[in-house]
Design a protein around this ligand. Structure first.
Ligand SMILES: [Zn+2]
Length: 284
C-alpha cells in the first residue's frame, strides 16, 4: 500500500485539492496554497497514507469550521483586522512542527513519531476550532488570566463553547489516527501497537494543554497593540488604517505565529508523554 510512487501521487493530488479549496474559499493566500501542497506531499511521501489522511482531514475540517457561519463571525474578525486568508507563515506556524516530525521520523527510523505528530495536529486543530466555534457563543469570552470579559478574537480569550470545541477536535484527531492505523495493521495482517490505543486520550490531554498554552501565551507574552486613531486593538504593530499602533503588552518578537508554533510543540510533547505514562500502567 505504501508504494513511494503511489504515495507521492496521492500527496500531489490531495495537496492540489486542498490548495484549490483554500483559494476557492479565500482560506489561503497564494503562498499558503503552495505551502499546503508542499506539506501534504512531504507527509505522504515520507509517512504514507495514514499520516497523510489525518493531515488532509485536519485541513478539510479547519477550513469547514472557518467557513461555517462566516458572515456572522466576520464582524469580530474585522474589528481585529484579521486577514481572511492564511499566508505561508501562518500555515507553517501550525503545520511546521508536524512536518518536521514527519521528516525526522525518516532520519531516525527507530523512534515513534506518529504520537507527537497527532498531538501537534490535535493542538492546532483544537486552537482553530476553539477560535472559530467559540465566536458563535453569544456571551463574550473571558481572558484566561484575569477572567475579565473581552471581545471575541482577543488573544488569550477563552469561552465554554471554545473549550468544548477544542476537546472535541483534540479527541477526534487521536481517534481517527487510531482508526486508520488499525486499518493499516489489519491490511498488513498484523496486531495493533498497544501504545496507539492511547492516542485518543493522549491527544485529548495534549491538544487541550497545547491550546491552553496558546491562550496563556496570547494573554501574556504575545505582542498586542492599540490604534489610538481608530480605538481598535490589533496583533500587528501597524494597524490596517496604516498608522503605527501603540504596544500594550507582550514582547515584539512574540507574534501570533510564534505562539501557534510553541503551542504545537507543547501539545506534541504532552501527547507523547501521556502515551508513555499510560503504557507503563499495568493494564490487562
Ligand atoms: Zn487604526
Amino acid at each position: 500500500m505504501n508504494d513511494p510512487v503511489l504515495m507521492i501521487t496521492l500527496g500531489v493530488l490531495l495537496g492540489a485539492l486542498l490548495a484549490w479549496l483554500g483559494g476557492r474559499f479565500r482560506l489561503l493566500t497564494g503562498n499558503g496554497q503552495v505551502t499546503i501542497l508542499g506539506v501534504t506531499v512531504a507527509v505522504f511521501a515520507t509517512q504514507g497514507w495514514v499520516w497523510g489522511a489525518v493531515l488532509v482531514l485536519w485541513s478539510l475540517l479547519a477550513g469547514a469550521v472557518t467557513v461555517f457561519r462566516r458572515p456572522y463571525k466576520e464582524h469580530f474578525k474585522d474589528r481585529l483586522g484579521d486577514d481572511a486568508a492564511e499566508s505561508w507563515l501562518q500555515l507553517l506556524a501550525r503545520l511546521g512542527w508536524p512536518a518536521v516530525l514527519a521528516l525526522l521520523s525518516v532520519a531516525v527510523a527507530e523512534m515513534d513519531y506518529v504520537v507527537p505528530f497527532v498531538g501537534a495536529l490535535a493542538t492546532a486543530g483544537a486552537d482553530i476550532w476553539a477560535t472559530e466555534l467559540g465566536m458563535l457563543q453569544q456571551q463574550d469570552p473571558r481572558l484566561i488570566t484575569t477572567r475579565r470579559r473581552v471581545a471575541h478574537g482577543t488573544p488569550g480569550a477563552v469561552s465554554m463553547m471554545g473549550i468544548t470545541a477544542a476537546l472535541g477536535a483534540a479527541w477526534l484527531f487521536g481517534f481517527v489516527a487510531l482508526l486508520l492505523s488499525s486499518i493499516e495493521t489489519w491490511r498488513a495482517d498484523d496486531g495493533i501497537d498497544e501504545r496507539l490505543l492511547w492516542l485518543p486520550l493522549a491527544a485529548l490531554v495534549g491538544g487541550l494543554i497545547g491550546s491552553l498554552t496558546d491562550s496563556l501565551l496570547g494573554a501574556t507574552a504575545q505582542a498586542y497593540y492599540h490604534c489610538e486613531v481608530c480605538d481598535r486593538y490589533t496583533e500587528e504593530p501597524v494597524h490596517t488604517c496604516g498608522r503605527e499602533a501603540n504596544q500594550v503588552r507582550g514582547w515584539p518578537w512574540m507574534t501570533n505565529e510564534v505562539v501557534d508554533f510553541v503551542s504545537t510543540v507543547v501539545g506534541a510533547s504532552v501527547t507523547a508523554g501521556v502515551t508513555v505514562l499510560l503504557a507503563q500502567l499495568p493494564w490487562p
